[in-house]
Design a protein around this ligand. Structure first.
Ligand code: SME
Length: 151
């Protein structure tokens, strides 16, 4: 995996203060989606704690109808409550799952913490079955840590 070489590119994007945070988040999505072959959709959701909903803030890939997700619903909503990584090798095996595309076979959601609080998440869909390893988890945890510093 090209994760080590991606890290400097992630940092270059995040350091570009000429762009808004949302622009930089979108560029991170585009970088990951175009560089990692099995990352078919990449997005960031952020929590509205009062409403107990997640809101899509940036993405790369096909537009989704699921721009607002209640806490507890789907893989994303479960991560909003569990504060844990959720790796799904086969989405068909999940009962609490929100389908965004008929082509998606697997999904990974990694919470994003700011000062110890779960404020959002990176969500990646794959059209490849069982593609994610612990390397994806460590890399995406790292990405979220870097993003937390500009929020
Ligand atoms: N599949 C997600 C919903 C978001 S889409 O993947 C973009 C879920 O079950 O929470």
């Amino acid at each position: 995996m090209p994760f080590d070489s991606l890290k400097s590119r992630v940092n270059t994007i995040l350091a570009n203060e000429a762009e808004t945070v949302d622009q930089r988040l979108t560029e991170i999505c585009e970088l990951l989606q175009t560089t990692v072959g099995y990352y078919d959709w990449v997005g960031f959701y952020f929590a509205n704690e009062a409403e107990r909903t997640l809101h899509l803030r940036a993405f790369a890939g096909e537009p989704t109808d699921h721009t607002v997700i209640p806490f507890g619903k789907g893989i994303c909503g479960q991560v909003a409550e569990s504060n844990q990584n959720f790796v799904v090798p086969d989405v068909k095996a999940q009962t609490n799952y929100i389908a965004c595309s008929i082509y998606v076979k697997a999904e990974i959601v990694i919470p994003l913490f700011k000062e110890g609080k779960n404020i959002g998440q990176i969500d990646i869909d794959s059209n490849t079955a069982n593609p994610f390893s612990v390397e994806d988890e460590r890399f995406l945890e790292w990405v979220n840590t870097q993003i937390a510093e500009i929020l």
